[in-house]
Write a protein that binds this ligand. Structure first.
Ligand SMILES: NC(=O)C1=CN([C@@H]2O[C@H](COP(=O)(O)OP(=O)(O)OC[C@H]3O[C@@H](n4cnc5c(N)ncnc54)[C@H](O)[C@@H]3O)[C@@H](O)[C@H]2O)C=CC1
Ligand SMILES: CC(C)CCC[C@@H](C)[C@H]1CC[C@H]2[C@@H]3[C@H](O)CC4=CC(=O)CC[C@]4(C)[C@H]3CC[C@]12C
Length: 368
């Protein structure tokens, strides 16, 4: 990559570049990677906003494609110096079958790795997830943990299972010889729950609050803490890793990094209120209004309804046994591995992340 860097000739590929995180990665690369010549954006569904990017100095190439199709992936990867693989099916609500989640998240990642090997691309960054670690099926808390904290990472749900398998594939591929004889350098970033402009679940909570007359009802105790991270900082960490991977290949190759920032540790609902509150919503109750056993029952009922209604319609509410278990389990990270290895510092302070997210919620359809 050194020659290309000197002549400012880098080609990057972002898979899933039209998703919530992918769009931020794309925009961040255009702003903060001056060595970029071409940016390829590969996604199943291309967004109309891509058009506005095509007028800048960097060649922006939109590629409509499917990561499960090896030939489509190989064609997109050929000639790229760096691949940032964010594409994935983020489904914890039972909208898609476990087989499809596996095909996209695991087989899709395998296709990306093989494409790098076959075409000679040396640097691969994978967007993994905190879900690879936990919360586990026992609901054990992970409190201010880092990448070395012992934790029983046992999953049953298709989404964390698929992310864990895909991450393993990526890490094992580190060091494989790519076309041309040089070694592949890979690493995986594990964001905690991401928030920020474009966050669909935040939108859903906002609309739900509006439907309930400006109120949301507390379901989870305030003492259950979640680590959350602003999407701009997740994008920034991807850009930094991509930049540093060549020079620090021995240190960073085959490594995992939690993706974090200075957002405060709070319960999922209290954290959301940091944005929804200034937009006119109120969280009712200092304690959960329903006993936990009733939530468990409702979550199980939702699973049953989803199954019964499947032939007629897709019933995929926010509450199911898995989302309840995740929401009700403390999972917070506290680590400086990314700072030590490649100098990561959050680009956006908590105040700025909050302000940007509030401004975005204010533009969401239905807002006052
Ligand atoms: N949203 C979150 O809180 C977190 C997300 N992640 C990971 O970050 C990555 C991005 O997630 P989000 O942006 O939230 O999801 P998203 O659903 O907004 O974006 C995923 C993108 O991948 C694309 N995609 C899906 N299937 C594809 C296929 N077969 N071929 C090509 N493209 C395909 C989608 O069209 C979409 O644009 C995922 O890998 C996810 O597992 C990790 C931690 C937390
Ligand atoms: C009313 C319910 C009790 C509250 C439901 C909230 C849930 C929908 C969300 C609570 C925690 C979220 C998950 C968490 O942020 C970690 C994640 C990481 C990922 O890689 C993908 C998304 C998610 C699983 C996220 C999904 C929504 C929650 C379960």
């Amino acid at each position: 990559m050194a020659d290309s860097a000197e002549t400012q000739e880098l080609v990057y590929l972002v898979t899933g570049g039209c998703g919530f995180l992918g769009e931020h990665v794309v925009r961040m690369l255009l702003q903060r990677e001056p060595r970029l010549r071409e940016l390829r954006i590969f996604d199943l569904h291309l967004g109309p906003w891509l058009e506005e990017l095509k007028t800048g100095p960097v060649q922006v190439t939109a590629i409509q494609g499917d990561v499960t199709q090896a030939h489509e992936v190989a064609a997109a990867v050929a000639g790229a110096h760096v691949v940032i693989h964010t594409a994935g099916l983020v489904d914890v609500f039972g909208k898609t079958s476990p087989e499809t989640i596996h095909e996209v998240n695991v087989q899709g990642t395998q296709n990306v790795i093989e494409a790098c090997v076959q075409t000679g691309t040396r640097f691969l960054i994978y967007t993994s997830s905190m879900e690879v670690v936990g919360p586990n099926i026992k609901g054990q808390p992970f409190y201010r943990g880092n990448e070395n904290t012992p934790y029983e990472a046992v999953h049953r749900h298709p989404y964390p299972c698929s992310k864990a398998l895909a991450e393993q594939l990526v890490l094992e591929a580190n060091g494989r010889e790519v076309l041309g004889g040089l070694p592949l350098v890979t690493c995986a970033l594990r964001p905690t729950g991401i928030y920020g402009e474009g966050h669909q679940i935040m939108r859903d909570f906002y609309h739900q609050g509006l439907r309930l007359g400006g109120r949301l009802f507390r379901a989870i105790p305030a003492s259950v803490e979640h680590g959350r991270v602003y999407v701009g900082n997740v994008a920034w960490m991807h850009v930094l890793v991509a930049r540093e991977l060549e020079h620090r290949a021995a240190l960073m190759g085959g490594q995992v990094y939690f993706c974090y920032d200075n957002s405060p540790y709070k319960s999922y609902e209290d954290f959301n209120m940091e944005f929804l509150g200034p937009c006119g919503l109120r969280l009712v109750g200092t304690r959960p209004l329903m006993p936990y056993w009733l939530l468990v029952l409702l979550a199980a009922l939702n699973t049953l309804l989803q199954w019964l209604l499947r032939p007629l319609m897709l019933y995929a509410p926010l509450l199911n046994p898995y989302t309840l278990a995740v929401a009700n389990t403390t999972f917070t990270v506290s680590t400086d591995k990314a700072r030590r290895h490649f100098g990561y510092e959050p680009l956006f302070s908590w105040e700025e992340s909050r302000t940007r997210t509030i401004r975005w919620v204010q533009t969401v359809e239905g807002s006052a």
